[in-house]
Design a protein around this ligand. Structure first.
Ligand code: AHR
Length: 327
């Protein structure tokens, strides 16, 4: 931990700073080795635990930021409340961590706290989603090409249904998140000029429960006129399955379903014929983020962004891929 920031912590929150100072020590080393291998204290501000993707991402991060790998990880999950996530980042600054990793719930609203981190000389590394704040306020970003994910999903829908009049509904991810905004933009571009009509598009906040509730509303309003559902993640699609079955319709047949993530439950629904197509969003970002954090803390140069490649699966490909799926 940084001594300067620990002092700042004393001024701001005496009690917390006392605890922090107690473990700062200055002589901590990874794996009990010599002075070169200082333990790196990292505050990780996770979004919450909204989906299967998120669980896999948290696990990957915890594995990569382990004590054995030379880290002291302080983990916070903000229950998808942006103000709670900003407070977590501020607390990491006050604790004088060596680096902050942030999976931002929403894109906007980060300028002030990122500036505070910069003023305290604490590098911030973004993982998963992006922010609208100026690039000089964070060191690097490790994530996915959400726009391309949306485009790939939209292209599949356009290729399969674009030439006949088709009614589509959308379950969007968390409003204001880069994952939802960019997926929507990519999808809309891909279906432009086709015979596909978007009947409705509402947020299900990336959760199964809200995906089910919003789909129930769509079914009450549009009934069996819905031909295709595009869900911004597997979990909302899985919630929608229950609503579709309860309405007496057959998911994957009466209503075709396209989702994003490719977590095991989603891939199982695809292999079972209840989903029709999934675009992957790889949650296993931990090792790359840890590598970037180590370099940044050591003062080495890093790229401004690292994009992890995704693939896509139809029903047959899901059957083949499922046995080896890691998440
Ligand atoms: O930001 C990535 C998205 O967040 C995943 O697609 C979704 O499942 C998660 O909640």
């Amino acid at each position: 931990m940084k001594a300067k920031n620990i002092l700042a912590g004393f001024a701001l929150v005496g009690a917390i700073a006392l605890t922090t100072a107690g473990c700062a020590g200055g002589g901590n080393t990874a794996g009990g080795g010599g002075g070169d291998d200082k333990v790196i204290t990292v505050g990780f501000a996770q979004t919450g635990s909204e989906s299967g993707w998120r669980s896999a991402n948290t696990e990957s991060m915890k594995e990569a930021f382990s004590e054995a790998n030379g880290f002291n990880l302080i983990f916070n999950a903000a229950d998808n409340k942006p103000e709670a996530q900003i407070a977590a980042v501020r607390s990491f600054i006050n604790q004088g961590v060596d680096a902050i990793v942030l999976a931002p719930i929403v894109t906007d609203g980060w300028d002030d706290v990122l500036k505070e981190a910069k003023d305290a000389n604490i590098p911030v590394i973004l993982e998963d989603r992006t922010v609208s704040a100026p690039e000089d306020l964070y060191a690097s970003w490790v994530g996915l090409d959400f726009k391309k994910e949306g485009e790939t999903a939209g292209k599949w829908v356009a290729d399969n249904f674009g030439k006949t009049p088709t009614n589509l509904v959308v379950l969007e991810g968390t409003t204001g998140s880069s994952a939802a905004t960019d997926r929507a933009a990519g999808f809309d571009e891909a279906i432009k000029g086709t015979d596909i009509k978007v009947l409705d598009s509402q947020t299900g906040n990336f959760t199964r429960a809200e995906g089910k509730t919003v789909m129930e509303g769509f079914l009450q309003k549009y009934g069996s006129t819905i031909n295709v559902l595009f869900a911004h993640n597997d979990d909302m699609g899985l919630g929608a399955l229950d609503a579709i079955k309860a309405a007496g319709l057959k998911p994957g047949t009466d209503i075709k379903i396209v989702t994003i993530d490719a977590v095991k439950d989603g891939m199982t629904a695809l292999a079972d014929g209840e989903f029709n197509y999934i675009v992957e969003c790889n949650p296993l970002l931990g090792d790359k983020v840890a590598e970037v954090v180590k370099k940044v803390v050591a003062g080495e140069s890093v790229d401004k962004s690292y994009i992890v490649e995704d693939q896509a699966f139809d029903q047959e490909q899901a059957k083949a891929a499922l046995p080896d799926r890691k998440y």
